[in-house]
Design a protein around this ligand. Structure first.
Ligand code: EPZ
Length: 430
């Protein structure tokens, strides 16, 4: 059982004092899939720039439960062999902690002809259905049997390549069928595929190992099925985490005197950077860094934020940007188009002194600027949890953010790294 811990933050009371450099880690929403894709390999493969986060630990546990060998070279590099895989049954306790475990189903089904997995569970942000996974597997020739909250998906012989149209541009559905297509018979075409950069990075990695994937970075991805992949001499470096980078840029705008966010990909943050510029935030970008500075005494303008599939405004930055909107002048509007339940964190924000109004499950107003006072608050999910830490940094007085396991799911050693740029934040047993 994970320890109950809380972050204690002594807020800056609106002062901009954070400075120095914060290095961005590897992308959570890429590495969970590249780790899953090792199931498609006949030999050992290395993955580097792996963030030291709880979701990675859970995924490595899931792979070991399935019979994989995992060698930890250092905190951020692993060598994985799934040659010894001896089952395609995904355990309930792993799936319940890790929604993304659903991406294991594609590679397992493609390799073994069957996969047995529990409903991966929703979370506070939405129901997180899996109908697109099940329909896609059926279109590839598999039979699906549901019993006691588990799904048994089986094929007679190999999975068959198929044309799959995605009614929603789901990232994990796109990745699951891109991986399943690697070992399916014939060609698989994914139409209305998601465009998130993590998908293309995964596809390029698989192609280096012998896959035949085309159409990466477009909404139609084609995969010609073939043999198991080979990791011979391959070491895939995980791309920088654009959501972590964006969260740090927002923190820098609110609390930074001169903050350098390094080892990131500014080109993956166009939607955020466009909006921050609109709001009057001063920053500059380089090939792999963003420097946020010169914002002392600046008043930011309110914004209308509509979340959208990539390259639109990322839903995972919706909660962090809302903290900036509580400090912006005037009425801002949030339209969360992807998930039906990703605004509830605003209620707790009002207890800090923010002035928000949830209109319905997708839309809310935020009025600013509002003086924030530190509060005790529970993290409902990893992105809102980090947003509360940002609110605590802005606020006057002490903030306690509980359930930090959620934040540790997606941000490596975040308290240490924020302390290093000047935030008074500590971790203690709650
Ligand atoms: C990925 O989730 C990310 N997770 C999410 O990040 C991110 O918020 C999301 O993409 C959108 O960018 C990972 O990559 C592990 P979905 P994904 O549940 O692709 C509908 C974070 O904080 N849908 O597929 O799993 C669904 O209702 C997390 O890091 C179906 O209709 O998102 C929603 O409207 C949160 N049927 C849309 O697709 C299905 O079978 C996307 O939801 C599956 C999904």
């Amino acid at each position: 059982m994970e320890k109950k811990e809380a972050f204690i933050i002594d807020g800056l009371n609106g002062e901009r004092k954070l400075s120095g450099e914060i290095v961005v880690g590897g992308a959570k929403n890429e590495v969970l899939k590249t780790l899953a894709s090792t199931i498609l390999f006949k030999d050992e493969v290395s993955i580097s720039n792996v963030p030291q986060i709880e979701d990675v630990a859970r995924t490595l546990e899931a792979l070991k439960n399935l019979g994989a060998t995992v060698v930890k070279e250092n905190n951020n590099k692993y060598r994985i062999s799934t040659a010894g895989l001896n089952t395609s049954v995904i355990s309930a306790d792993i799936a319940k902690k890790l929604r993304a475990s659903v991406v294991l189903t594609g590679p397992l089904l493609a390799r073994f002809g069957s996969v047995d997995f529990p409903y991966p569970g929703g979370c506070v942000i939405g129901k997180r259905p899996i109908d697109m996974f099940l329909d896609g597997f059926k279109s590839m020739g598999a039979a699906v049997v549901e019993a006691d909250g588990r799904f048994l998906v089986k094929t007679e012989g190999k999975l068959k390549g198929a044309e799959i149209f995605l009614k929603n541009q789901s990232v994990t559905v796109t990745e699951t069928f891109m991986m399943a297509g690697v070992l399916a018979e014939g060609k698989t075409v994914i139409k209305n595929a998601a465009l998130e950069p993590e998908i293309a990075s995964l596809g390029r990695f698989l192609n280096e190992a012998g896959a035949k994937i085309s159409g990466l970075e477009t909404s139609t991805i084609e995969i010609v099925g073939g043999e198991m992949l080979s990791g011979k001499g391959l070491c895939h470096e995980t791309m920088p985490d654009r959501i972590e980078a964006g969260s740090f840029v927002i923190l820098g705008a609110l609390c930074g005197s001169d903050l350098r966010i390094s080892k990131c990909e500014p080109k993956h943050l166009d939607a955020l950077l466009y909006n921050l510029k609109e709001s009057g935030v001063n920053f500059e970008t380089g090939p792999d860094h963003i420097r946020v500075y010169g914002n002392e005494g600046r008043h930011f303008k309110s914004l209308d934020i509509k979340t959208h599939e990539y390259p639109g405004f990322p839903t995972d930055l919706q909660a962090p940007i809302s903290i900036l909107l509580t400090q912006a002048e005037g009425q801002s509007f949030i339209f969360e188009t992807i998930f039906e339940n990703r605004l509830n964190y605003l209620e707790a924000l009002d207890r800090f002194g923010a002035s928000t109004r949830i209109l319905d499950s997708h839309r809310a107003f935020i009025n600013g600027p509002a003086k924030l006072e530190g509060r005790a608050v529970e993290s409902p999910d990893l992105r809102a949890g980090l947003a509360y830490a940002i609110a605590g940094a802005v606020a006057k007085g002490r903030t306690e953010v509980h359930n930090v396991y959620y934040i540790d799911r997606g941000y490596e050693r975040i308290d240490e790294r924020l302390r290093a740029i000047g935030l008074d934040i500590s971790r203690r047993e709650a």
